[in-house]
Design a protein around this ligand. Structure first.
Ligand code: ASP
Length: 319
């Protein structure tokens, strides 16, 4: 079942599942550990991450474990296995990861590997580089024990063949031609990490890379301040170096939600007519365990797991 449909089903279960986005005032105690993830598939990702966090584990391990959940789920059509392909029918994946020391790793335009987030972590830990792309990233993955797999499922191939009949490329907000999992965590030691992974915009040009594997655009972590991740039309996020901007806005004293809103405003200001038609959402967590989100169009959801449980919230939106 697609994540959007799951969301609709979940909504039907009762509004009590959802709470208003939380921007709570800092009262001197840090809300940790905590993990937050984009979209409704973030609920399951959080469960995997929480297992590690609640056991005193490291935020970095938690975000990797969380990101691997939708990556490995063939039914999720926007991440990893089962992700919708580019216009040539190739599934090409983008991912990045960043830890509390500012170490980061990234892969882009990677094919045939189910867990790009784990390859990104290996790039971070085993190479002097930050980013590997395309065939080089694949060779690196294979040399490091990852196996080559077929990522195009029968279902995603069918959707692609349907699309090919008209070959119309129009990104539409909040439908499943784009959804990324971005996941941010603060562990019991007070350290932050983040991960971001996607199959990118469905039916994109072969070779297109979005914001998700770009440190500063799709993800940014500064252990002194906070962390941010994004989802939606990556080109618009890259133009404003979105997640670095959100973290810098938090550094200036803004709450996570305000920082996300100000980044969305920047996109609106640059291109107001385009902003009406596309979706971009930001999610942020600060060093105190306070969090918030903001997006252009209604419909962006995010999941938060702390000691009080796991819950899905609707992000505030400009429109
Ligand atoms: N940001 C991703 C990209 O542009 C897609 C998404 O989050 O929907 O590739």
């Amino acid at each position: 079942m697609t994540s959007r449909r799951k969301f609709i089903k979940l909504s039907a279960l009762g509004a009590s599942l959802f709470s208003t986005p939380s921007v709570f005032a800092f009262r001197g105690s840090v809300n940790k550990p905590i993990v937050l993830s984009t979209w409704d598939f973030g609920m399951q990702a959080n469960v995997a991450a929480w297992k590690i966090l609640s056991d005193g584990g490291r935020a970095l391990d938690a975000v990797e474990a969380g990101a691997r959940v939708p990556e490995g789920d063939a039914k999720e059509s926007s991440v990893g296995l089962g992700g919708l392909p580019d216009r040539n029918g190739r599934v090409t994946l983008d991912a990045c990861i960043m830890d509390e020391e500012g170490n980061c790793g990234s892969v882009a335009f990677l094919q045939h590997i189910v867990h790009p987030i784990s390859v990104a972590r290996k790039v971070m830990e085993k190479t002097p580089h930050v980013m590997l792309v395309g065939d080089g990233a694949l060779q690196f993955a294979l040399a490091n024990g990852f196996t080559k797999e077929k990522l195009l499922t029968k279902e995603s191939e069918k959707t692609w063949r349907e699309w090919k009949k008209k070959s119309e490329y129009k990104p539409v907000a909040n439908i499943e031609n784009h959804d990324t999992i971005g996941i941010l965590a603060l562990d019991a030691k007070g350290n932050l990490s983040g991960a971001c992974t996607t199959s990118g915009m469905a039916f994109k040009l072969h070779g297109r890379v979005g914001d998700s594997p770009i440190i500063g655009a799709g993800l940014y972590v500064d252990n002194e301040i906070g962390a941010a991740t994004s989802t939606g039309v990556g080109e618009e996020v890259i133009r404003i170096v979105g997640c670095h901007l959100v973290v810098e806005l938090m550094r200036q004293g803004n709450s996570p939600e305000d920082a996300c809103r100000m980044a969305v405003d920047r996109i609106l200001k640059k291109n107001p007519s385009k902003a009406k038609e596309i979706q971009v959402g930001f999610l942020a967590l600060n060093k105190n365990g306070e969090y918030g989100a903001y997006c252009l169009q209604k419909g962006f959801t995010y999941a938060v797991h702390d000691a009080s449980g796991n819950k899905l919230s609707n992000s505030k939106s400009h429109y």
